[in-house]
Write a protein that binds this ligand. Sequence first.
Ligand SMILES: [Zn+2]
Ligand SMILES: [Zn+2]
Length: 372
Amino acid sequence: MAETGIVAAMVGVRQPFQIQRWPVPEPEPGAVLVKVRLANICGSDLHLWKGHYIPADPGTPKLRSVGHEMCGSVAKLGEGVTHDSAGQPLKEGDRVVYCYFVPCRHCRVCLKQQTPHCPHGMRFRLPPDRWPHFNAAYGQYYYLRPGQALFKIPDNVSDDLAAPANCALAQVIDGLEEANAGFGDSVVIQGAGGLGVAAAAVARERGVRQTIVIDRVDDRLQMALAFGADHVIDMKIFTSPEQRIAQVKKLTDGWGADVVLEVTGRAEAVPEGIEMLGGGGVYAEIGCICEKEMCTIDPSALVLGGKKVLGLMWYKTESLLKAMHFLAAHQGTYPFNQLIAKRYPLTAINEAMAAQDAGKVHRSSLDPWLEV
Ligand SMILES: [Zn+2]
Ligand SMILES: [Zn+2]
């Protein structure tokens, strides 16, 4: 009988995940079979489980593969795969990170060289009953399609640090790069969750003049300061958008921010973030991924001063490699060890999801080889 492995499958909105067993696939030429070492529960996985995404197709199956933040080790290389995407030799057993999305390279977005925003990037996240069965992070294996980017993990970067890097860290590295945040700039970060605190550290290493982080939770604001924020704006003290905008203006010589990064995931953050920009500034929108959550903006705030809004879906492949280099060099500069998620066996996924949803744990991670 073929070798099998387990997958934690979503069977419906807010329904307990089901542990299923599926045959381990043989990698086709150009593909890589990865043994998942650790997978994290991201806020967006919780959104999916809670039914916050509106399926584009009413025929979307109830059985779904879930999870995207992960790292693993090479279980088997498909024919022709000898190196990672940075040209480093690759062998079975090597620890690796990889992009969870795969640009199609054949659509109008890809044609414009905007592959990180390809609308078909998740077309391979098939339900677990479809070959190759291991189509997302919550399983013992993950199947990398031919051409899907992967990088070796530096020896000094632990699984705990590497697993979330293909979402939060790579995303904010890319966002700050696309917004061109650099020397002399004032950067505002709306939201001090995983993405926000990582962004504070990345902004500092990009040489910005100052970083201002906005949140309402004391622990998160403290974490932002530990991750290099120069100022925080506590929403419990600055309770209205007008007060927060005025505070940003005060901290930026009356001018406003050069870059505002939105990582709260809340639509109401957008109008006030745009108002925080100075002339020529860039608003980088990353967090709002749930459709039909609306806000009202004053478009003249964009026209006056020629401000730009960037929507950032995913990131350039290179940003994941930069995330690995960043962790290898700076894991001791910032308290990344305080962001480490609480580990659960994959088979305890329902407990882990519930704990994270209730705010009992900062973040949960799933080890698919623990207590199986
Ligand atoms: Zn994520
Ligand atoms: Zn495409």
